[in-house]
Design a protein around this ligand. Structure first.
Ligand code: AMP
Ligand code: MN
Ligand code: MN
Ligand code: MN
Length: 286
């Protein structure tokens, strides 16, 4: 059943363990009731929710893969690499993710100081109220605080006005290297996938370098169908997958019923001429 090409797989979403608003248990239930047939939880830089996710998927009768979304700095931009089907107890991967999470609190305090300069007080403490995992304070938590305090109407407006490059609350940060992220995943028997390539502001040459280096490090997949892509980007990255001989992944990037446009499982199917990532992961599906 799972080797089929037409499958409602959702291999990208977030829980309260990173910057989602639902627990792993509620996400598993929502995935099942939305008709998802294969599910992975991919919290940012963190595998702490995976044992709960596996148990919840099992109790829902939902096929499941381990997952994580690793923050990487490449050519001065933040790139996200999704790992799927790895051993969640792998010590090198856990240490690598711990190091990647390490600078978040310091960055958050600098973001707060930066927001203070434009008259927004106590943003660190405000954002913390939305954080469940103290090692994983993210820009999303600041966005929720600025909506709650009436500075903006919705989180996307906060990102546009405050949390992106050149804006008052933005603090640059150096994440993991592409080499490290891909190596942690593949050494833990997983498949590395470039997340939502359409979101990066790369020149064609930089994007070519990303895919080339990713392949050279052992990366094998790319998200083609994601909640972050337009229809044109589905077509563009289907071609890129073929050009670089990468398998294709599909995931909503669901964070919250109040903030995400794409619900779990609510995506077009993968184009039929691509190899789905789950064909390489058949023996790791739980
Ligand atoms: P961080 O890892 O702390 O830099 O936060 C990155 C997260 O912010 C992403 O995973 C998204 O959930 C969220 N995000 C980034 N850009 C936007 C945006 N333009 N609108 C809404 N959420 C965004
Ligand atoms: Mn996120
Ligand atoms: Mn991402
Ligand atoms: Mn994501």
């Amino acid at each position: 059943m799972i080797s089929q090409k037409i499958l409602n797989a959702d291999l990208h979403c977030h829980s309260v363990v990173s910057d989602g608003t639902l627990t792993p248990e509620v996400l598993a239930e929502r995935a099942k009731s939305n008709g998802v047939e294969l599910w992975a939880l991919t919290d940012h830089d963190e595998v702490g929710g995976l044992h709960r996710a596996a148990a919840a998927a099992k109790s829902q009768g939902l096929a499941y893969l381990t997952g994580a979304e690793i923050s990487v700095t490449f050519a001065g931009e933040t790139v996200h690499i999704v790992g799927l089907g790895f051993d969640p107890d792998d010590a090198r991967m856990q240490q690598g993710l711990r190091n990647t999470r390490g600078g978040r609190e310091h960055r958050a305090k600098e973001m707060s100081a930066s927001l203070e300069k434009v008259g927004i007080k106590n943003a660190f403490e405000g954002a913390l109220k939305f954080v469940s995992n103290p090692e994983l304070i993210s820009r999303t938590h600041f966005a929720r605080f600025l909506v709650e305090s009436g500075v903006c109407r919705e989180t996307s407006e906060v990102f546009r006005k405050y949390l992106t490059e050149g804006k008052p609350g933005y603090v640059p940060h150096r994440w993991a290297t592409l080499h490290d992220a891909v190596t942690w995943i593949t050494n833990a028997s997983g498949i590395a996938v470039i997340a939502h390539p359409g979101r990066y502001k790369f020149t064609p040459n930089e994007e070519y370098a990303l895919f080339t280096e990713f392949k050279a490090h052992g990366g094998q997949g790319v998200e083609v169908i994601t909640g972050s892509h337009t229809k044109q980007e589905y077509l563009k990255y289907a071609e890129t997958a073929k050009e670089f001989s990468l398998v294709a992944s599909r995931g909503s990037d669901f964070h919250s019923p109040d903030e995400s446009y794409t619900d779990l499982g609510a995506l077009p199917f993968l184009p039929g001429d691509l190899t789905p990532v789950w064909e390489l992961l058949a023996d790791r599906i739980q």
